[in-house]
Design a protein around this ligand. Structure first.
Ligand SMILES: [Zn+2]
Length: 462
């Protein structure tokens, strides 16, 4: 997983909060407490099924039998093997019978509900949000100089709260989903809109440049976010002009004088492959035995040989299970003066491939021959986005699900070259597919092709 996403996901969770699962059905949404047994998450099966029909359960010694409408489930204390709606399957952790309540491993609930309710399920495991029968509320944003409207595909009822610099909408009962995590915005009122999911909830956080407030419209299908009425200032230090910087004319950047670097001969076309994480940093745990750091390294090696097949040389920020700090990865790329930097990650959420570019303002210009470290990417970000567009098109042509996003990603901001990050998610319900050779190969081939196609564009900007 990309570092910024992790930060966003962790941010809204108070440490003492109880774990919960939210289930979103076509007609009903509810949350259930999650309990832990031997380090695994469990949930009460009877309570999970109750909103959907007649359910009853009876225990007999070590056995627990569940009846839901005309279907049955058979479970046994401490056993993995179980039978649900006539189908035998194995639980990922033993069944727990506690005071006659049957608890199943949380990870098995999507399968059990799919069998009992005869519907498809989609589980966002990291956020503990389970969607039944295609339940999903999507949204679009409409940004104007006077305010921001968030339009939902169905009425929503979030909890809205404000804190300095932020307006937060928390959705517990609404199956709000989004492919994008951060929407970069250039607007006098709003600087970004971030979507995250955590502990059975989704959140939309608006980073504000001026104090904002939210109003419901269109029967709950629209939330209008507008500037809050100005309050009387009690302290002279927080005077109004400072709070509302509405500078219409940005300073015009003078062309930078030719630098030593730009006068020097163009270095050979080279790609830096950055296998995310490694060593002390395992990245996300994709399954009990699959760590992100191993997946990214395997994928980087595949991409290296794909590029080789196209006659393109590459370097790796790591070619073993070693710890490499983020800053060092960027520094390696900058020192080698590579043309393209590709950071590789893997994740559980979503399907297919997400292509990221840095969230940075392309108008930043070099004040002198020195590259400002924090904004080294600024001069290259338009080329990076052009390359990301080509990658997206190649993935699309090969029918690999994909999306393109901007995010304030380390180390992309520090790379003085076209730079993208690729986050690979499972191709389907099977988490292991992120590490499947055939799947990785298809994506690596698309990436290599995109680099071949984008080469002239990248070379022109060096
Ligand atoms: Zn990662």
């Amino acid at each position: 997983m990309v570092a910024v996403l992790l930060l966003l996901l962790l941010q809204p969770a108070p440490s003492a909060e109880e774990k919960q699962l939210s289930i979103y059905g076509p007609r009903v949404s509810y949350s259930l407490p999650v309990s832990e047994h031997k380090g695994q998450d469990y949930v009460a099966l009877l309570e999970a099924l109750e909103p959907f029909g007649n359910v009853s359960a009876a225990s007999e010694g070590q056995k627990w039998k569940l009846r839901f409408n005309n279907l049955e489930g058979e479970f046994r204390q401490n056993a993995l093997l179980t039978k649900v709606a006539g189908r035998k399957f194995e639980l990922p952790a033993p069944f727990v019978l506690e005071s006659n309540r049957g608890l199943v491993p949380l990870r098995s609930l999507p399968t059990i509900l799919a069998l009992m309710l005869r519907t498809k399920t989609e589980y966002h495991e990291a956020a503990r949000r389970l969607f039944l029968g295609g339940a999903a509320t999507r949204f679009t944003t409409d940004l104007r100089e006077t305010g921001l409207s968030v339009n939902f595909s169905a009425p929503v009822n979030p909890l809205i709260s404000t804190e300095p610099g932020k307006l937060r909408m928390t959705f517990t009962r609404d199956p709000v989903v989004s492919n994008a995590y951060i929407l970069r915005v250039e607007n006098p009122l709003v600087s970004s809109i971030a979507f995250s999911e955590n502990n059975g909830r989704a959140e939309l956080v608006v980073q504000e440049r001026v104090p904002l407030l939210a109003k419901f419209a269109s029967g709950g299908k629209t939330i209008d976010i507008v500037p809050a009425p100005r309050e009387e200032q009690s302290t002279p230090s927080s005077a109004a002009p400072a709070a509302a910087p509405r500078t219409a004319e940005a300073p015009i950047a003078m062309p930078a004088p030719p630098t030593l670097q730009s006068l020097a001969a163009k270095p050979p076309f080279m790609v830096m492959l950055d296998a995310g994480h490694g060593g002390d940093d395992p990245g996300v745990l994709l399954s009990e035995t699959l760590e992100e750091k191993g997946v990214t390294l395997a994928f980087a090696r595949r991409l290296r040989s794909e590029l080789q097949n196209h006659g393109i040389s590459s370097l790796m920020t790591r070619d073993a299970d070693v710890t490499v700090p983020l800053e060092q990865r960027a520094a390696m790329a900058d020192a080698a003066r590579v043309a393209i930097f590709v950071s590789l990650h893997a994740a559980l959420e979503g399907r297919g491939v997400r292509v990221y570019t840095a969230m940075i303002n392309s108008m930043t210009s070099k004040p002198s021959g020195f590259l400002p470290w924090d904004t080294a990417q600024a001069d290259y970000v338009l080329t990076s986005r052009a390359l990301a567009d080509i990658v997206k098109a190649e993935l699309g042509r090969r029918e690999i699900p994909n999306s393109e996003l901007c995010a304030p990603l380390k180390p992309l901001n520090n790379v003085a070259a076209a730079a993208i990050a690729i986050e690979v998610s499972p191709s389907g319900a099977d988490v292991g597919s992120v590490n499947a050779a055939v799947y990785q190969q298809r994506i690596a081939a698309a990436l290599a092709e995109a680099i071949v196609v984008g080469r002239s564009r990248v070379e022109a900007e060096r």
